[in-house]
Each structure stands twice: as structure tokens, then as C-alpha cells.
Design a protein around this ligand. Structure first.
Ligand SMILES: [Mn+2]
Length: 426
């Protein structure tokens, strides 16, 4: 639970950053049609949620800053018995006034009128530059005295870089549920026949344990399918000789978890699988151990590439001199992605990696990032010893940067070969 007081402090910080004689407008996410007249489950827009904690659609936050002072306004869908019969209860204006520590609450259907009054004299207007055009047009229509438009999302996303204690607590809850699901999958894999059956185990645990959603579509990629980085069809039959790469994490109160484990479809890793897995695991541990304030993410990337390149050279996957392989980035063929990303309200958290001057932002206490090295070898890659072909492995944990180092928030999720095999033989 994040307290109303914390949202108030976030809004104050946002208001402080705005120029004088300005206004900022943020919208709730627009419901999305799945087909004909049914929608996808609703998910709030992350920046709007970060400043409001409000879960409903048809809502907006307006900030106004002038010589007379700063004000925050929340627009919510009004109580409407006809609409509520079909789509559920709304909080409504009256209750919203009680719950939210904003200066004013208005009904969303008065937004245009209020914008006309409140935007007209402002010199600087902030909105999310990713906003859809119909809303941008609305803002521009009322911005009669504007000198400059600014991307309001940029500052919020900067605020989102470092998580508060309450946010970290939400992430911990998400990871706790995700841990149960991964352990269940490790136990159940041997007795299942299709990738989607494993996906079902995750969705079952996520829902049963109270997570509102998955944080992204679960990837259950067996054998060579794991060479497709965002494989989400999950339709294939499980070949018991292969490994299964499972990238799955739930979302709890809008906070993500993002965990990858690679497990045998049977009870045991083969020797070749074990060799590759041990390499990826040792690299993952080494990179996690480097996490502390002031370290650059690019340094983690560089070290991961060096270690993977060295390891693949030792296994005969790459051939030649280490220095020239690193120079020519030969390892990229087998490790094509980044070492990790910010995680928070979005699984790939929309927080900046560079500052305004284009300099990389170093790690700071309170940041949460994933560490996820991998090796992906296509079944048709004739340049690689035959025993490794068709094996793809990724291991991913969620890491909190602390004052003096790091905490692996997902350290309880098993990843040692012996631990995975003993879960599999239960
Ligand atoms: Mn990830």
C-alpha cells in the first residue's frame, strides 16, 4: 500500500519542477478494445498512477502554477448508475474528494470547461509527448497564451528512477508470488506436455495469490524456440530432451517482477546443457555482485560480454583470440540483448538511462534493475559444436541498489542446477 501522503509529496515535487506561469495535464489510460465490444483488462497509465494512485479510466490530473500559488486538480468519472450497472462502481467526485489530497476534484465531463478557464493564460504547458493526437489537439485548442510546450512525462520518469520504501515493498510482494509460480513450474514441468500448460501454472498462481495481472506476457520457450527472444505463442509440444526458458513475472498493485529461469523439460540437465547453464549462471552472479552505487550499467554490460565471450571461447562455441573476438563483438551473435533494464511500474521501467546532457546515469541507492545474461544457440548453427545447438539459456533476477551494494530481491527463486533438479524430482 502506498499512502496518500506519498502521492501528495510526489505531486509537490512535480509542481516544484514546473516553470512559473505553467500548467501540466496528465491523462488516465484509455481503455483498449480487444475485439468488437469487449476490452482488454484495464491497466492504468504508469505516470498518471505514479502521481495519483487512481485506478479508474476517464480521469485526468491538472497542475497549475502561477504567482498566486500552485494547485492540483483531479478529474474523475462521475457516479452514473446506468454505466455502473454494466462496468462496476465508480468512486465518484464526492468520495474522490475525501480520498485524494488534491486541491479540487471535478467530474471528468467538465474537463473542457475547466481547461478553457485554467490553461488560457499559461505560458508553459506540460503534457506527455506520447499522448494521442486527439488529446494534444484539445490541449492546444485552449493554450491561447502559450510560449512553450514541455514533455511532462520526462520529469516524472526521472522521479521514478529511485524507488521509495513503499514501492520496494510492492515489488517484493510481486516477486514473492512470482517465486511460488517458478518453483511450481520447476516441479511440474516433467509431467506436462505443452508449453501452454506451463504458462497456465503461472497464470494460476498469479491469480490465486492475488496479483492483478502478469507484468508482461509469459514466455515459455522450449528447446530452439528460446532463440526467439520474445517468444509468446507458447503452443509447442515439450521435447523432454530440451530445456525450457521461462520468462514470467506478475504485477502486484501495478508493480512488476521480471524473472527468467531455464529448466530441464525432464528431471535433469544433460551434460551439454549443464556446461552452458553453468557459464550463464556464473556470469549472472558475477554481474550481480558488481551492483552498487556509482557503477555504470554500461560497465555491467561490458563485463558480461567479456565473461560470456571468454566462456564461449573455452567451450569452443567461439574460435580465435579473445581480444579480437571482443573487438569484433563476435559474442553478440549469441548474446544479442542488454544485460538488464530498470524495473518498477513498468516491467521495462520508463525511467531515463541518460541525463539531459546525454551522460549515462550511474546506479544509485533505491534503483531496481534486472540482471539477465543469456546464451542463445540456434539449432542450425553449424559453426558451433553439435551438442550445444538448439540450446538457449537466460537467467534473470531483480536487483535493488542499496547504499553499500545491492540486494537480490529474487534470491529466493532457485537457480542452482542441484536445486532445480531436486525440485523437479519431487
Ligand atoms: Mn527482463
Amino acid at each position: 500500500m502506498i499512502e496518500e501522503k506519498e502521492y501528495l509529496l510526489r505531486r509537490k515535487s512535480f509542481l516544484k519542477h514546473l516553470k512559473n506561469n505553467s500548467a501540466a495535464l496528465l491523462f488516465a489510460a484509455v481503455p483498449k478494445v480487444r475485439s468488437h465490444d469487449t476490452n482488454y483488462p484495464y491497466r492504468q497509465e504508469s505516470n498518471f498512477y505514479y502521481l495519483s494512485g487512481f485506478e479508474e479510466d476517464s480521469a485526468a490530473l491538472l497542475f497549475v502554477k502561477s504567482k498566486e500559488g500552485s494547485k492540483s486538480y483531479l478529474f474523475v468519472h462521475k457516479k452514473d448508475p446506468d454505466e455502473e450497472l454494466w462496468n462496476g462502481k465508480r468512486l465518484g467526485v464526492k468520495k474522490a474528494k475525501k480520498r485524494f489530497l488534491v486541491d479540487e476534484v471535478f467530474s471528468y465531463d467538465t474537463l473542457n470547461q475547466e481547461l478553457k478557464k485554467l490553461l488560457g493564460s499559461k505560458r508553459h504547458i506540460y503534457y506527455d509527448f506520447k499522448l494521442d493526437y486527439s488529446k494534444v489537439k484539445l490541449i492546444k485548442r485552449y493554450a491561447k497564451a502559450v510560449e512553450s510546450f514541455h514533455n511532462g512525462a520526462a520529469y516524472i520518469e526521472k522521479m521514478r528512477l529511485r524507488k521509495s520504501a513503499a514501492e520496494i515493498a510492492e515489488i517484493r510482494k510481486a516477486i514473492k508470488i512470482t517465486k511460488k509460480a517458478h518453483h511450481r513450474a520447476m516441479q511440474r514441468a516433467k509431467s506436462l506436455s505443452f508449453e501452454y500448460e506451463l504458462q497456465a501454472e503461472f497464470e494460476y498462481i498469479f491469480k490465486k495469490e492475488g496479483a492483478q495481472s502478469d507484468a508482461y506476457t509469459t514466455i515459455v520457450a522450449s528447446g530452439n524456440n528460446a532463440n526467439t527472444l520474445h517468444y509468446i505463442s507458447n503452443r509447442a509440444k515439450l521435447d523432454k530432451e530440451t530445456l525450457i526458458l521461462i520468462d514470467a513475472g506478475c504485477e502486484y498493485n501495478c508493480y512488476a517482477s521480471d524473472i527468467t529461469r531455464t529448466i530441464p523439460a525432464s528431471k535433469r540437465f544433460s551434460d551439454a546443457q549443464r556446461e552452458l547453464y553453468s557459464l550463464v549462471l556464473s556470469v549472472e552472479k558475477e554481474i550481480i555482485s558488481m551492483v552498487r552505487p556509482a557503477v555504470l550499467r554500461s560497465a555491467l554490460q561490458k563485463r558480461a560480454e567479456e565473461l560470456l565471450c571468454e566462456g564461449m571461447l573455452a567451450l569452443g562455441i567461439l574460435k580465435g583470440e579473445l581480444d579480437s573476438l571482443l573487438e569484433s563483438k563476435a559474442h553478440k551473435k549469441y548474446f544479442p540483448h542488454g544485460i538488464g533494464h530498470w524495473m518498477g511500474l513498468d516491467v521495462h521501467d520508463q525511467a531515463p538511462y541518460k541525463d539531459e546532457k546525454g551522460r549515462e546515469i550511474p546506479l544509485q541507492a533505491g534503483m531496481v534493475l534486472t540482471v539477465e545474461p543469456g546464451i542463445y544457440i540456434d539449432k542450425n548453427d553449424k559453426s558451433v559444436p553439435k551438442k550445444y545447438r538448439g540450446i538457449a539459456i537466460r537467467i534473470e533476477d531483480d536487483i535493488l541498489v542499496t547504499q553499500d551494494g545491492y540486494e537480490n530481491l529474487s534470491k529466493g527463486i532457485k537457480k542452482e542446477i542441484r536445486d532445480i533438479e531436486s525440485l523437479a524430482s519431487l
